[in-house]
Design a protein around this ligand. Sequence first.
Ligand SMILES: Nc1ncnc2c1ncn2[C@@H]1O[C@H](COP(=O)(O)OP(=O)(O)OP(=O)(O)O)[C@@H](O)[C@H]1O
Ligand SMILES: [Mg+2]
Length: 366
Amino acid sequence: MRGDRPVHVRLRGVTKRLGTHLAVDGVSLEVPEGDFTTLLGPSGCGKTTTLRILAGFYRPDAGDVFVRDVRVTDVPPHRRNTAMVFQEYALFPHMTVAENIGYGLRMRGVPAAEARRRIAAAVDLVGLEGQEAKFPQQLSGGQQQRVAVARALVVEPEVLLMDEPLSNLDAKLRVRVRTELRALQQQLGKTTIYVTHDQEEALSISDRIAVMNRGRIVQVGTPREIYYRPADRFVADFVGLANFVPVRVVAAGRVRMGDLEFEVPGAAPGPATLVVRPEAVALSAAPPAAAGRPTFRGRVKTVAFLGGLARYWIEALGTEWVVDVAAPGEQMYAGEVSLTLVPDRVHVLHDQGKAAGAPNGEPAAR
Ligand SMILES: Nc1ncnc2c1ncn2[C@@H]1O[C@H](COP(=O)(O)OP(=O)(O)OP(=O)(O)O)[C@@H](O)[C@H]1O
Ligand SMILES: [Mg+2]
């Protein structure tokens, strides 16, 4: 259980070897009812393989898949109540939009009149009215993507699986369609497991993110937990930009960085790495008068104006820092500057790569 929602889908110790490659290595995951969970990780980390195991296209070498506590590990895809949206959409080119959407209904022997009704409802749901008689090649990428989603939803699956469904769309459309997908998922309350390698997409669309690396899940958490309290350096580096600064925790919650000492609640004594997001540093031209916050001097090496923010590369404390200044307008820093850490935005990792403070008292998944 998570909150008051029961676990809907569960992977327990799932392992899958493809050829000689260990594609999925002991993955356990619980997805609550109605949750939008995203598998996020670099290319080749095992996301598609995990999704295929959930759909029943692969049988795991070890471990089990449960849907509502029923073991479905050996149940073939068409007898599982899941539907998958594939990365390439896999629409049938010789079938119209309506025929593509109705394909799963025909396979299931749904009577024609009911099929027509459900196809019309699905068309309506994804906003494809008027396109029913067209063929896939007469549609834009975004419209094809809607057909693929409608085709998955029309069979009224319990669980929706989506493998990088937006990767064929251009950047602007991707942002719009992902917002629509999320709204649709919330409207239907449909348990959804989504795959992407795009960290911004994962942050924006998910209730929870499972970060994968080399066939394993390295952390499960809300987008904010993943971003602000990464479990290890891999997660911190993969999800967003981060500065990594060697520090020493000299007493519980007390961090020493060079000559500076400051509080980071939860940090346990020992050598550690401070994770500082680019926006967790405030810049100023003059050394700030007020003490209390950790401040040090640096020298601007490069700056990139990105519209909504300016990104600086700054030499300080013997290393290079990336610092973002939001809404910079005409303001530009050059030469000597002061960097001030925003203490409640920094995060300490123990040098064995473990989080010093577990997010919200929850152990990181492993
Ligand atoms: N049929 C196969 N035989 C051998 N190795 C395979 C096979 N299919 C996939 N792999 C390997 O298994 C690993 C996991 O593949 P998978 O497709 O799950 O990765 P992914 O996380 O979905 O990557 P991407 O983001 O590129 O789609 C990869 O290293 C891949 O090369
Ligand atoms: Mg894949």
